[in-house]
Design a protein. Structure first.
Length: 121
């Protein structure tokens, strides 16, 4: 038997074994996914802005100021301003209706939408 024919036979056998093993593992994973109950997790968020501000102040104190060496002074100053700009949470009031709308927990609404998509009369 020639070496090339022997290589082809080995490759074919290995390919078949890998296909068989992958199909078996995929079937086990699918079965595991369908048998496990879906756990819904509700996270309660608290608006403790003082703790958040203190935490961010500590982080900023620990971080060194950004050093941009692009060779262009205008670009360096623009990058420095952007890096030191306040976060959106600091800019917007927490009682602002737009901020409350954006930060609302939409997980329950999304699960209801998913359930409605799956419903077929």
């Amino acid at each position: 038997m020639k070496l090339s024919a022997f290589e082809k036979i080995i490759r074919k056998v290995v390919r078949e074994e890998i296909d068989y093993a992958l199909k078996r593992e995929i079937a086990l994973l699918k079965e595991e996914l369908t048998t496990q109950p879906i756990q819904q997790r509700v996270v309660e968020t608290t608006n403790n802005t003082q703790e958040v501000k203190e935490f961010r102040a500590k982080l900023r104190a620990q971080m060194p100021p950004p050093n941009f060496n692009t060779g262009n002074s205008t670009l360096n100053s623009l990058l420095s301003e952007t890096a030191m700009a306040p976060s959106p949470e600091e800019v917007f009031n927490t009682n602002d209706p737009v901020n409350q709308f954006i930060n609302k927990d939409y997980s329950q609404i999304m699960t209801a939408i998913e359930k409605k998509k799956e419903f077929r009369p």
